[in-house]
Design a protein around this ligand. Structure first.
Ligand code: FAD
Length: 316
């Protein structure tokens, strides 16, 4: 099989329901900005290849369900000899990136927020110190394996005619992990936190579990996902899966509304790349205001219900 000399291999995640994960368009978009995207997907459904071509994959290598992702990726990399391998910074993506890099002795750049190309090859951009700095890095040997943060890449590629090739994957000797069951954590009708376009997050300043309802009402009024600081999680007000930050979920929504959150560096690490940050806090000196695009100094228990009521009025 022939592949473009500037090929970028892109591993696409699938959802438990069998569709393409939301991250696909941005991964292919990022690949197209630095070369020719060759997508790898493990699925029996050729519709997924079609979707990948719509997102701009020049070639789609589809391996049949049952193949291990790392085996498919390894085989694809041997065929394509890409300049870089892009993988989503999802739980599955991180796992496969690490397995593939260990196997191929490649360097990994994790949680990148952008990719670029210079005279020597593909580079990645990371946010450091909670987003206060950006760092550009490259690997010194071979094609870098880059995991890309979800929700930060705006680039989208033009759709291409489908060029699907079936990848026959011979299983490696290594015993695969067996997934006994998948339990989807339902956020009800709310969007999933990871990759959400809007997030309303509550902190210790909400005061109690019952008061978290005001965050929920605001989130529902604007169709946002619900997040929280670690203090709110530790207090038992919300599940750990809501935690935004260094030891929680990293989000990069268009809008992030922080309610009663002080803005500790560990919290900022998970949300500082949000495009527009609104903070409501009764302490005018709270560090969250240093990064907020719009700040309200006030008590959440009076400001948030008023804000929600105004939004609901506009929608009525
Ligand atoms: P606080 O810092 O207590 O802030 C509460 C804020 O609410 C204050 O600014 C206060 O002025 C305001 N407030 C109080 N009452 C009201 C009111 N009625 N109206 C309006 N405002 C009010 N934290 C995370 O969030 N995510 C992480 O992933 C994370 N990882 C960590 C990892 C490590 C290794 C460590 C050491 C810490 C980590 N933390 C993390 C904890 C972090 O340091 C902070 O303790 C935490 O973020 C604080 O949460 P908070 O802002 O809700 O609470």
């Amino acid at each position: 099989m022939e592949f473009a000399a500037d090929s970028i291999l892109v591993l696409l995640d699938t959802t438990p329901a069998g569709g393409l994960a939301k991250s696909a368009a941005a991964l292919i978009g990022a690949a197209a900005s630095i070369g020719s995207p060759v997508a790898v997907v493990v699925s029996d459904d050729e519709q997924l290849s079609l979707r990948a071509a719509e997102f701009g994959a020049a070639v789609v290598l589809r391996a049949e369900t049952g193949a291990r992702r790392v085996d498919a990726l390894s085989q694809a990399a041997a065929l394509v000899e890409p300049d870089a391998v892009l993988v989503s910074h999802s739980v599955e993506g991180r796992e496969t990136a690490a397995q593939f890099a260990a196997r191929s002795r490649s360097g990994v750049i994790a949680d990148a927020i952008a990719v670029a190309r210079d005279a020597e090859g593909v580079t990645a951009v990371n946010a450091a110190y909670g987003g206060a700095y950006t760092v550009e890095s490259a690997v010194t040997w071979g094609a870098p394996v880059i995991t890309l943060r979800q929700g930060v890449i705006d680039a989208r590629a033009d759709s291409t005619p489908l060029d699907e090739r079936i990848l026959s994957v011979s299983p490696s000797e290594i015993r695969p992990v067996e997934v006994a069951s998948v339990e989807e954590q339902s956020a009800g009708s709310r969007p999933e936190l990871r990759g959400a376009k809007r997030v309303v997050a509550g902190g210790r300043g909400l005061g109690s579990k019952d008061q978290f309802v005001i965050a929920e009402r605001l989130a529902d009024a604007i169709g946002a996902a619900l997040g929280a600081s670690r203090a709110a999680v530790d207090a038992g007000w919300v599940p750990q899966s809501y935690q935004v930050g260094q030891t929680g979920v990293t989000v990069a929504p268009d809008l992030y509304i922080a309610l009663g959150i002080s803005g500790a560096v560990q919290h900022k690490a998970g949300m500082q790349t949000a495009k527009f940050i609104v903070a409501i806090n009764k302490d005018a000196d709270a560090p969250i205001f240093d990064i907020a695009d719009f700040g309200i100094v006030g008590d959440v228990s009076s400001v948030v219900p008023q804000l929600t009521a105004e939004i609901e009025k506009l929608q009525a």
